[in-house]
Write a protein that binds this ligand. Structure first.
Ligand SMILES: Cc1ncc(C[n+]2csc(CCOP(=O)(O)OP(=O)(O)O)c2C)c(N)n1
Ligand SMILES: [Mg+2]
Length: 319
């Protein structure tokens, strides 16, 4: 088992992401979120298990489902929430919104609405690390759907050829919008695709933060030694629909129930209680503290002004 402080920090981060996403869903219902939202609830163990192995100067790239990646890499809750609500105090001055959050100061290279677009960016960041001869690593999050884009195959191949320090982390939540993986792929494990590029491919339980942590640890050590990339497939499930109020009627009821019973937060919590790392009272305290942090971030965002229309073209072009 990992040391107590690490376990507690991972638990706190997963809880934070869950409460944050619940709040975003609530605010969306109140018409406070411009555009759309893609919630990460149910997949928290992936971002947290991977990022717990990263340093502040390591990089990540993200997706359209990126709030959890930001929080796990150390983004501020208030600036993240403000960006989602389109406020001037947000990470991109309210002009990016939910799918375009970036913070270079913590190595968060950006979310993107273009499926698969973050994958070559991660390879590029890996190349920059190699050219600068540092021991930084890059973790690249993407979905099962994105793994069918050409960008995935091109970027993984080049990263393998050049032995770039990249973790390709596939969040296989079984669906790309309403399309089930088995309708668009003959292989069952996306990690098997690693063989085509001569790199290790690992399948892991994406709803078990300790399993994700272990897989990422091995891959990070390999990358820091200069031995190249790893493909990690995390089997997971989004608890809500694809976006907005998608009722996800295309998913069998039994399947949803099975995955809800594997909730990553409840699983870690049971383990922490059983092993005596945390007591029930401590869990309640932590839960209260985390909820308060999300509420404070929400208040900050809601009280913040919108950007002025005159600023619309600022930060769009390089000076
Ligand atoms: C290049 C491109 N094609 C299509 C879309 C529309 N689209 C948005 S999300 C999505 C599904 C992505 O599925 P996956 O990669 O599995 O990620 P998940 O939503 O399951 O996290 C699609 C097709 C897009 N945004 N970009
Ligand atoms: Mg998917």
């Amino acid at each position: 088992m990992l040391e107590k402080t690490k376990l507690l920090e991972m638990y706190r981060q997963m809880l934070t992401i869950r409460f944050f996403e619940e709040k975003v869903f609530e605010l969306y219902g109140q018409n406070l979120v411009p555009g759309t939202i893609h919630l990460y609830a149910g997949e928290e163990a992936v971002a947290v298990g991977v990022c717990a192995n990263l340093r502040k100067d390591d990089y990540i790239t993200s997706t359209h489902r990126g709030h959890g990646h930001c929080i796990a890499k150390g983004a501020r809750l208030d600036k993240t929430m403000a960006e989602i609500l389109g406020r001037k105090t947000g990470y991109c001055k309210g002009k990016g919104g939910s799918m375009h959050i970036a913070d270079f100061s913590i190595g968060m290279l950006g979310a993107t609405a273009v499926v698969g677009a973050g994958i070559p960016i991660a390879a590029g960041a890996g190349l920059s690390v190699k050219l600068r001869a540092t021991d930084q690593v890059v973790a690249c999050f993407f979905g099962d759907g994105a793994s069918n884009q050409g960008t995935f195959h091109e970027a993984v191949n080049l990263a393998a050829v050049w032995q770039l320090p990249v973790l390709f982390v596939c969040e296989n939540n079984l669906y790309a919008m309403g399309t089930r993986q088995s309708r668009v792929m003959v292989v069952e494990n996306i990690a098997d695709r690693a063989a085509a590029y001569g790199i290790p491919g690992v399948v892991t339980d994406g709803n078990d933060v300790l399993a994700v942590y272990d897989a990422a640890q091995t891959a990070v050590e390999r990358a820091r030694r200069g031995e190249g990339p790893t493909l990690i497939e995390c089997k997971t499930y989004r608890q809500k629909g694809h976006s907005r109020f998608d009722p996800a009627a295309y998913r069998p009821k039994q399947e949803v129930e099975t995955w809800l019973s594997r909730d990553p937060i409840a699983r870690l919590q049971t383990r922490l209680l059983e092993t005596g790392v945390l007591t029930q009272a401590e869990i309640e305290q932590l839960s209260h503290k985390t909820k308060t942090a999300v509420d404070e971030a929400t208040k900050f965002a809601v009280d913040s002004p919108f950007p002025d229309p005159s600023e619309a073209l600022e930060d769009v072009y390089a000076p």
